[in-house]
Design a protein around this ligand. Structure first.
Ligand SMILES: [Zn+2]
Length: 463
């Protein structure tokens, strides 16, 4: 009988080093055999008001929450190699299904073992469903109950995404956490339109879950693994289950020994949950009542985690905050909450304060490429001539590899000269600043120090 540890050493498991738990078990961990039947495990360790600090265990490593997830749209955080991302302490990256579906194509990534192996990233990955990009980037889209027909922003070719095909794509890409296919409601929108859109997202969420339940075993991790019967005897295991704070949620509504056994579940290494986790997405526009209804009905469908979508689409920030607050209170307190596509450093801290566990945003990386840098003293536009002779560090309070080595004058020169290194260094600093910000927030929650919660993370414009 081949044990899963051998599977890992022999290369059946696509997850390199971090897949093997290197640190000793800590409070709250469940025995390894149970890990093999799970997609993720989440534990809240401390709270401060609505804010919580916790840990999320994924098939490719442990994540401390609240967490900021850098965006690696095309299996790359633009300008930053994976080893540097590891050094920066990035625990989970986000990939965009829409972009990866168009280039290099899901089938190619799947044949190469999934995103982790393709991009040589041993830690966790989350993919979005493609819905947001379809609605924001593609042209000539046509939305029906079945799905969305759209034209590629690259070459105008016609494509179709449905809940089923979005799940198929995300299973092929093989991220640790994948998202239900949803419709991102535009802003502003009429009340009737917001409800109609929310209802469709709920139906699409059910279809996403159904397809995922039937196909989750097709994840490319360890495709060469022996059949489960060879590893576990006659016992069938359900991987579509998550243990949260000691409670088991059978989210496919079936007993553990019912249904088809995942063919490759045994390929996961000891200490690693074995399968992907599908998160549901709450919509409902800027209507707090619809958000409540969407949250409650999405929770009824039952997912191991929940995202809040459809925000940061042009609404005032005060509205974003109100809607986040109005939604969070209707999500389970013992499951991860993911706020999609936000925000500035102070917003990241603010949303964590409201009880959000996971966030992503293109802002630190995109702004960096345009010379806009977040520092403890406010935002800096490094392209400005006033920095041409500035021999100080970019941020005297930042200990990142850029701030401890280079001067503002050099960074300004690189940017003004259009050197590739400008994008690299600027991105490294901005990511460091975001990760440092969320790290301080996490630390404050753990210490229960509300007073220091937002200190040192302000990025108000420099006077
Ligand atoms: Zn720095």
């Amino acid at each position: 009988m081949k044990v899963s540890g051998e599977a890992h050493r022999e290369g059946f498991c696509s997850a390199p080093a971090s897949c093997v738990r290197t640190r000793p078990p800590t409070r709250g961990y469940v025995p390894e055999l149970q890990f093999q039947t799970m997609s993720i495990q989440f534990r809240v360790e401390s709270t401060m008001g609505a804010a919580r600090a916790g840990r999320l265990l994924t098939p490719h490593g442990e994540i401390e929450t609240p967490v900021f997830m850098p965006v690696g749209t095309l299996a790359s955080v633009k300008g930053v190699p994976q080893d540097v991302l590891e050094d920066l302490g990035v625990q989970i990256l986000l990939g965009n299904t829409y972009h990866l579906y168009l280039r290099p194509g899901v089938e190619r990534v799947r044949r190469l073992g999934g995103l982790h192996q393709f991009m040589s990233w041993p830690r966790a990955v989350l993919t979005d469903s493609g819905g947001f990009q379809v609605f924001s980037l593609s042209q000539l889209r046509k939305v029906t109950e079945e799905g969305v027909t759209f034209r590629s922003h690259l070459d105008g070719s016609s494509h179709f995404f449905s809940p089923e095909s979005a799940m198929e794509a995300q299973i092929g890409l093989g991220a640790d956490i994948i998202m239900a296919f949803d419709e991102c409601t535009e802003y502003p929108a009429e009340p009737a339109r917001v409800r109609e859109s929310m209802e469709m997202t709920l139906r699409w969420g059910q279809r996403s879950k159904k397809y995922f339940a039937e196909h989750r075993h097709e994840v490319p991790w360890g495709r060469q693994s022996p059949a489960p019967s060879a590893q576990y005897g006659a016992k069938k295991v359900s991987s579509f289950e998550v243990q949260v704070s000691g409670k088991n949620h059978a989210i496919n509504g079936k007993p553990e020994n019912e249904g088809s056994a995942p063919a490759h579940v045994g390929a996961a290494a000891p200490g690693c949950p074995a399968t992907q986790a599908l998160f549901g997405i709450v919509q409902g526009g800027m209507d707090a009542k619809l958000r409540k209804e969407s949250a409650e009905r999405t929770v009824e469908i039952a997912f191991p985690g929940y995202a809040i979508g459809g925000l940061s689409v042009g609404e005032p920030r005060t509205v974003t905050r109100e809607i986040v607050e109005a939604t969070v209170e209707h999500l389970p307190s013992d499951q991860p909450r993911y706020l999609m596509g936000v925000g500035t450093p102070e917003e990241i801290a603010e949303y964590a304060n409201l009880g959000i566990d996971m966030m992503d945003c293109v802002l630190p990386t995109r702004a960096a490429r345009h010379g806009l840098l977040f520092t403890s003293e406010g935002k800096i536009s490094i392209k400005q001539a006033r920095y041409a002779g500035d021999d100080g560090p970019l941020d005297p309070n930042c200990a990142c590899r850029v701030c401890t080595r280079y001067r503002r004058a050099y960074l300004r020169h690189l940017y003004a000269s259009n050197e590739v290194l400008a994008q690299v260094l600027n991105t490294v600093h901005n990511l460091s600043f975001y990760l440092d910000t969320i790290g301080r927030v996490r630390h404050s929650i753990a210490l229960g120090e509300k007073a220091s919660f937002l200190s040192g993370v302000r990025s108000a414009p420099k006077p």
